[in-house]
Unconditional design. Sequence first.
Length: 322
Amino acid sequence: MPTYSFLDLAYDILKGSPAPLTYQQIWQMGKATGLTEKIRSSGKTPWQSLGAQLYIEVRDNEQSKFIKVGERPARFFLGSREKELPSDIISVIENEEAKPKENTAKYHERDLHPLLAYFASANLSFNRGRPIYTKTIYHEKSQKMGYNEWVHPDMVGFYIPITDWKSEVIELNRLSDNNSLRLYFFELKKFLNRSNYREAFFQAVSNSSWAHEGYLVAANILQNDDFLAELERLASSFGIGIINLDPTDIDSSTILYPARRKETLDWETINKLCDQNIDFKKFLQDVKIDFESKRLHRSEYDEVHKEIKEYIRSKLNLDVQE
């Protein structure tokens, strides 16, 4: 029996689509209809494989079933249906995409925190097999509310090699200048699109100056080539990483662009945060205790849900991939 391929998926989606689609849209529709489950792929970003195969197929195969419509972003359609397209199809699509779209997600931004706690602890591409533990920072506990809105992190995280290194090595490391402690910052958003990405990104830049690594995290990121290129440019320029949480398939969440690691901490900002927010101060105290005792007190940090999919179903009211 022939293997169901990425191009088979694209064909099945496009034969019923009223308009050309980007490869990201094809993948999302395939996911929604369950067709992606027929593809045998072990890659972390199968939609990128779909895009690459479509580009090559259209470029190199004169007898291809597909045609490419437009450039940035490129969209795909069936050649057999080309006559169905109006001559100004790209203008029609772009005008429709430019209209503000209501965010229909019913959950709150803070409901995403357990998803990020799970991702930081379990996603091997992110933590490289070294669990990162997180802590939610409640802004409402801060002094001088509003005055320093772009200083407070949504979540913080840390890694120390308590379970990875011998106690003698940890003790010796404490005496060196190259301390093994790594601190992380996370700014969370329900979505990122053209209407909010600049404010969200520069809020992340402002909030992350103190940490070794800073990330902007969103559960729904606009899949548009130009938009993603702009996010990549900003990430490269300012060193902020971008994580795409996928609530419907949490284990498929990805790092779109990695953060640039800093080797030194901004102690002035850390001191300022300690002075203003009791959660942040407690976080640093707990990390210090764990490092000195060579034992992780996990109850002091965000819970890592073992049944994260059940949490998503009940709290976010979303269907999830099994």
